[in-house]
Design a protein around this ligand. Structure first.
Ligand code: SF4
Length: 682
């Protein structure tokens, strides 16, 4: 049996080191985790283990397509690659001739996390002066929350979870979304008797296996964090010598938290003050407390402030200084990439406008301020994302994508709902069929990948498409003349890492900084070198004034009202990854159908029973789905695990119909878990 090394490219911080069973030059068998990688440690999620279902799926796109009917009717005819690329280039040139280059908006995200195949579209954008994209749909809110306190994203080695005594998974669900985190937590529980506490808005699969769970109202985690710190100060657990040496403004923080008691937090969050007191005392007594910060509670209008408050706990407790202690969100700065050649940063014109990807609906329907000041978007190339289903405000997104004057080219693996609205569809390779390099947000391995199998029929890589379009458009940059491997090699060397061949030989490179650096014993990566209890949000974005500087409950959320008494969160489904895997038979079978989890008391008030159809709505629209009675949440909280395609819903629009495209402060970002709704029997 031949197993070849590989790397998972999906939008998941685990970036697992894989071993792929190659049956022949076009066919794979099983995929397993690499045991010799100290983070992956042989563990991967089930959806990637059965990847043969996806890579050999009968509905993969295998030839370029030209729209043959009205937009959205799904009628296409096959054309040659030359014809497809010529048409795309001609449209881009014509539109740019009429409206200026910024009328073209290349649009991408993290369908692959590979640096060559994901980010090469930027090279085309920059060399042609096309509109730029604020790539904020996923990490902007959590990242700014982290930066506001600790500075650049890095932190205690995630493998140190195995050395912890108290692990708090806050606003994340690694059982479903980052299974390796659980492998390291399991070691700590088994070998050290560590305790796992989950803080979330619902009883997620991770909460199911925890020792204790705090179920919060969405958007109130900041209050819980403040009350924990209040107790740490009040009961003498706050590490004053640590704060004196490593933080700014701790006395002001102490003063600020005087009235942020557990009773105060209970009224806001619905978490009992006894539970908050107990957890705070446990943190106070446990040096090796490791807070693993997830994305969920950041996707809120007050998300950045909430993340800042949670990270502040580890600074007040001084936990950052201990092995197995501290707080961690991502390791992204430790890779210190130089992406000049991949992204064409040397030809970027800083005056080209930036359009907000999370607001693609308002942008395409002329409701966004930035697009109103300039030319309309009349041409797009979409790679690695499916905004018709995953972006906020689905109705506006669909209205915009259906505009007859918008030329849409989608380079994809399947005929997604975005591709169905395209004028030209191009068939894309999957990760096993092309070369790339990967960083991991959730750990510390830089990894390289060489194609394991050949691409089927006419599927072509993102890199190939970008270079072919560049030729036709006359785009000038050395990166367009390079092979994938040459670009990998150049980027690695420019970034101070081993060459492509050297990295291939060793498979991955451990970039974790030293203990002292990653525990910030040499200072935090902030302007003062200290953890900032008073965040300067105005430095991080134009909406910074909407957030409080000190940790607090920031009441700028879409609160429940008499008309909209429920709060909706759209947490990830275990068998899907955004809309990836929504096409694979086993994932579909396991997820069954879109459902809304409703507390039994709320269901009884609404006269609903398990399996009943129900309509969820707000001012943006409504969706119909089935009820699942579920007691693991507060009575006015509902959960729809996602992201199902729109077509899985009875009326053809999915859950993101209800999600606002309002930008989260300080610098934008999608507020997926900050939605008030009404519920009616359907
Ligand atoms: S856990 Fe994440 S990185 Fe690992 S195989 Fe699954 S999707 Fe990929």
């Amino acid at each position: 049996m031949t197993y070849l090394p590989s790397v998972c490219p999906h939008d998941c911080p685990s970036t697992c080191a894989l071993e792929v069973e190659r049956l022949d030059k076009r066919t794979i068998g099983r995929i397993r985790g690499a045991k010799s990688n100290s983070y992956t440690a042989g563990v991967i999620c089930a959806k990637v283990a059965r990847y043969s279902e996806r890579v050999h799926h009968p509905k993969r796109l295998l030839a370029p397509l030209l729209r043959a009917g009205a937009k959205g009717t799904g009628k296409f005819v096959e054309i040659t690659w030359d014809e497809a690329l010529d048409r795309v280039a001609d449209e881009f040139k014509t539109k740019a001739g009429k409206y200026g280059s910024e009328t073209v908006w290349p649009y991408f995200f993290a369908g692959t996390m590979g640096i060559i195949q994901r980010d090469g579209i930027q090279r085309l954008r920059h060399s042609m002066r096309y509109s730029r994209q604020a790539a904020n749909i996923c990490t902007e809110l959590v990242q700014n929350g982290w930066i506001g306190g600790a500075g650049g994203p890095m932190g205690p080695d995630p493998r140190e979870l195995a050395e912890s005594d108290l692990i708090i998974v806050w606003g994340g669900n690694p059982v479903s979304t980052q299974v390796n985190v659980m492998a390291h937590i399991s070691r700590a529980r088994k070998e050290r008797g560590a305790k796992l506490v989950v803080i979330d808005a619902y009883q997620s699969p991770t909460a199911e296996v925890a020792d204790d769970v705090l179920l919060v109202q969405p958007g109130t985690d900041g209050a819980v964090a403040c009350a924990i710190m209040h107790v740490l100060f009040r009961d003498g657990f706050a590490d004053e010598p640590y704060m004196e040496k490593y933080t700014d403004n701790w006395r002001e923080l102490k003063e600020h938290l005087q009235d942020k008691t557990p009773v105060w937090a209970e009224k806001i969050s619905g978490v009992s003050c006894q539970k908050i007191e107990a957890l705070a005392r446990e943190i106070g007594k446990t040096e090796r407390t490791y807070i693993r910060i997830g994305y969920g509670f950041a996707r809120s209008r007050n998300g950045a402030s909430q993340v800042h408050a949670v990270a502040s706990i580890a600074a007040v407790g001084g936990n950052f200084q201990f092995l197995g202690g501290g707080a961690f969100w991502s390791n992204r700065i430790v890779y210190h990439w130089n992406k000049t050649v991949v992204e064409g940063l040397d030809v970027l014109d800083p005056i080209t406008r930036i359009l907000d990807m999370s607001r693609i609906g308002p942008v395409l329907t002329f409701e966004d301020e930035a697009v109103r000041k300039g030319p309309p978007v009349t041409a797009m190339l979409v790679q690695n994302t499916n905004p018709a289903a995953v972006a906020p405000d689905t109705k506006r997104v669909l209205k915009g994508l259906k505009r007859d004057d918008l030329f849409l080219c989608v380079h994809e693996q399947f005929l997604t709902e975005t591709a169905q609205l395209a004028d030209i569809v191009l068939p894309a390779t999957m990760f096993l069929e092309h070369d790339d390099i990967y960083q991991a947000g959730g750990h510390m391995h830089l990894q390289i990948h060489q194609a394991v199998i050949e691409a089927p029929e006419q599927a072509r890589s993102n890199h190939w498409v970008i270079n072919e379009l560049a030729k036709r458009l006359g785009a000038q940059h050395p990166g367009f003349g390079m092979t994938e491997w040459e670009l990998i090699d150049k980027t690695l060397l420019d970034s101070g890492w081993p060459s492509a061949d050297a990295l291939l030989e060793k498979k991955w490179h451990d970039v974790q900084p030293s203990f002292a650096d990653s525990h910030f014993l040499n200072g935090f990566p902030t302007s003062t070198g200290r953890f900032q209890f008073s965040a300067d949000w105005s430095k991080l974005g134009p909406l910074g004034s909407k957030l409080p500087n000190y940790p607090d409950h920031c009441d700028n959320i879409d609160s429940a009202t008499a008309e909209k008494p429920f709060r909706l969160i759209t947490s990830p489904a275990r068998n899907y990854l955004n809309t990836s895997f929504t096409e694979t038979p086993t994932s579909k079978r396991k997820e069954v159908r879109p459902t809304v989890k409703i507390h039994p008391d709320a269901a009884s008030q609404l006269c609903l029973e398990d399996g009943d159809k129900v309509r969820l709505g707000n001012e943006q629209g409504s969706v119909v789905l089935n009820v699942s009675i579920f007691s693991g949440l507060q009575t006015n909280v509902v959960v729809v695990e996602s992201v199902w395609p729109n077509s899985a819903f009875e009326e053809g629009v999915g859950i993101n119909t209800l999600i606002s495209a309002e930008p989260g402060p300080p610098n934008g970002g999608a507020v997926f878990h900050d939605t008030a709704i009404w519920i009616k029997p359907a």
